[in-house]
Design a protein around this ligand. Structure first.
Ligand SMILES: [Zn+2]
Ligand SMILES: [Zn+2]
Length: 143
């Protein structure tokens, strides 16, 4: 659920990452962009294969994760970048996305997805990164 008003962002198609969230009015550092909401699921009972391509499963703790309603326009549309301008904040059973710098009009809102290192579990791995930043590692996995 976005916690900033629609004056501040718009959803646009990106070149190679599907849809993304772009700044429409300057967003200041430390602003809470939104809360990651959806179905609360027990990780142990969830078929992780289902999320293989989508990357939408958000871990709350070792037991629970949130799976968003993909038919909605929501903060799960925020793409990964190796040099993001937002971060994931996990607080008291809730997950928020928060700006970590001033975000200018036209810039895409991005976070670091924090995928665990690829130890061979995803093969072939579909998580290559195209963020285009200087520091891009080429993958969404932590190295
Ligand atoms: Zn992968
Ligand atoms: Zn990258």
């Amino acid at each position: 659920m976005f916690l900033i008003s629609t004056d501040y962002f718009q959803i646009k198609k990106t070149k190679n990452k599907g849809r993304g969230v772009f700044c429409k009015k300057e967003i200041k550092d430390k602003i809470i962009i939104g809360e990651y909401t959806g179905e609360k699921i027990k990780i142990a009972e969830y078929d992780l294969e289902k999320d293989k391509l989508g990357l939408y499963l958000m871990y709350l703790n070792d037991t629970y994760a949130i799976y968003p309603d993909l038919t909605k326009v929501d903060i799960h549309l925020i793409n990964h970048s190796c040099e993001p301008n937002c971060k994931i904040v996990n607080s008291k059973g809730h997950v928020y996305f928060k700006a970590i710098k001033n975000i200018k009009v036209g810039q895409e809102l991005t976070i670091l997805y924090l995928l665990p290192p690829n130890d061979g579990l995803c093969n072939p791995c579909t998580h290559s990164c195209h963020c285009g930043r200087k520091k891009c590692t080429g993958t969404m996995h932590l190295l």
